[in-house]
Design a protein around this ligand. Structure first.
Ligand SMILES: *Cc1c(COP(=O)(O)O)cnc(C)c1O
Length: 467
């Protein structure tokens, strides 16, 4: 692969990996495969002194706009198009033309939430159906530049599908660790088709994560979980594309689901860098929504007390994990999120919040998004459920400009959708007898109807239905 590990062309400075613990300050080269700080175990972040910050914002916007119409692979990718802000600049990145996802007006969802205008940034329209692709193109390209031959990740399904696809493009061996029996069959089918070695671990996601950290000690194995700071770099470009689509007018609030909390970390970093480079003049409030039964980040946030704001707030040192995460939104069924420090910093700096949505709220919000003709997977619908709650509590005003980030595609979890509309959706009983089965009401049910093979029977049923 072309150039070695270089900083963006026009910075003249060298990007590096920096430990986020203020008391540590560990620094690593881009070629160091450490993932977390080897001195203190803290999270790493890519620190690229941005030469573009002193450049001309208008010229940079124009350059990006022109690249979007270029046939060149590197320009067609909705991630590599923004390479001035990426730590790597290879001649031939491992790409599936990720990014380039639509921003939709969602009037039905806005009405449901009780606000005037709501827009949906649909990251489910990426090549493998989730936002994970925007980070994976950078991580797998990094792996290729380091000469890795095997990639590995723990996953609730979407990271696996994405890593499997990009690893196939790069002709890597790929190992996927998923909790046995917990993954949507559609997501698992993707990894099978992309040729990954799939290990169904007898344990939960957090067990898979621990195993990946142990296996990642082998220098031949490249770890692609979101503790890997290169993934965050790719994911932050979603903000750049979003701001382009908004005509560089900053929204008031951006709302996204929270699982491992890599995505919200990436949004925080993306907005901060655009502001520091003079491309936007302020950062929107960032809201992270978790599912009620899988909400360790919500509990931590509540314990910070009323109106926590700004980085000067006394930040906790550790997070108390949820040992039995419990939700049908499997993409965010994570009890010990690895990126909570970065995400908390982003939420606090932006003066946003972290709240929970119930299973019923998530299910209904998902059906409303579907009625827009858009659709998403359950985890993504926490956003609309959360906005509805925030609007009711007066934390989002009805005239504010709000964007919800849909993280995954409707077809990622067809069983859930079908059960909701047939009125058979339920949270299963916990094996240890901790919780009983709980049914979820299909409040906006749309069940297929059996009908005689007869024209007038069909017309009669159609007439009784509103558009
Ligand atoms: C991964 C994922 C999430 C959670 O994102 P984090 O970065 O782990 O917080 C939410 N929704 C979908 C569809 C996902 O694939």
């Amino acid at each position: 692969m072309g150039k070695s590990l270089t900083a963006p062309q026009n910075t003249g400075a060298t990007a590096r990996q920096r430990c986020l613990q203020p008391s540590c300050g560990g620094i690593y080269a881009l070629a160091d495969r450490v993932y977390v700080c080897s001195r203190c175990g803290g999270p790493l972040e890519i620190d690229a002194p941005l030469g573009v910050a002193t450049g001309d914002p208008a010229a940079l916007r124009e350059k990006w706009r022109l690249r979007a119409a270029s046939p060149d692979a590197k320009n067609r990718s909705g991630v590599w198009r923004y390479r001035e802000f990426l730590p790597l600049d290879p001649d031939a990145p491992v790409t599936l033309f990720e990014g380039n996802t639509p921003l939709y007006d969602a009037p039905r969802s806005a009405e449901y939430c009780g606000i005037d205008v709501l827009q949906l940034k649909h990251q489910g329209c990426n090549p493998t159906g989730s936002f994970k692709d925007t980070g994976m193109t950078v991580a797998v390209t990094h792996a290729a530049m380091l000469g890795a031959k095997t990639t590995i990740c723990a996953s609730t399904g979407n990271t696996a599908a994405s890593l499997a696809a990009y690893s196939a493009r790069a002709r890597f061996r790929c190992a996927i660790l998923v909790p046995y029996g917990q993954i949507s069959s559609a997501k698992l089918a993707q990894s099978m088709d992309y040729g990954a070695s799939i290990f169904e671990v007898e344990g939960n996601f957090d067990d898979c994560m621990r195993l990946v950290q142990e296996l990642g000690g082998d220098p031949a194995i490249y770890v692609a979980n979101s503790i890997n700071p290169f993934r965050i770099e790719g994911q932050k470009t979603v903000v750049f594309e979003l701001m382009e689509q908004c005509g560089w007018r900053v929204p008031d609030a951006v709302v996204m689901p929270g699982g491992n909390l890599g995505n919200s970390s990436a949004f925080g970093k993306g907005f901060n860098e655009l502001r520091d480079a003079g491309l936007i003049d302020r950062v929107p409030r960032l809201y992270v929504i978790q599912a009620e039964g899988s909400a360790p980040f919500v509990r931590m946030f509540e314990e910070l007390g009323p109106h926590p704001s700004g980085p000067e707030h006394n930040l906790p040192e550790t997070m108390i994990a949820e040992t039995h995460p419990y939700t049908l939104a499997t993409a965010i069924k994570i009890g010990a999120p690895v990126s909570w420090k970065k995400s908390l910093r982003a939420v606090l700096e932006s003066r946003g919040e972290v709240i929970a949505a119930t299973e019923q709220e998530i299910a209904d919000a998902k059906a409303i998004i579907g009625r827009e003709g858009i659709g998403c997977e359950p985890a993504s619908a926490t956003t609309v459920a959360g906005i509805r709650r925030l609007a009711r509590e007066g934390k989002i005003r009805c005239d504010e400009n709000v964007i919800a980030v849909l993280t995954g595609h409707l077809l990622k979890d067809p069983e859930y959708v079908s059960n909701y509309h047939r009125g058979t959706l339920a949270l299963p009983a916990e094996p240890e007898g901790m919780r009983r089965e709980r049914r979820i009401d299909g409040a906006f049910q749309n069940c297929p109807q059996r009908v005689a093979a007869n024209k007038s029977a069909i017309l009669k049923r159609l007439e009784s239905r509103e558009a």
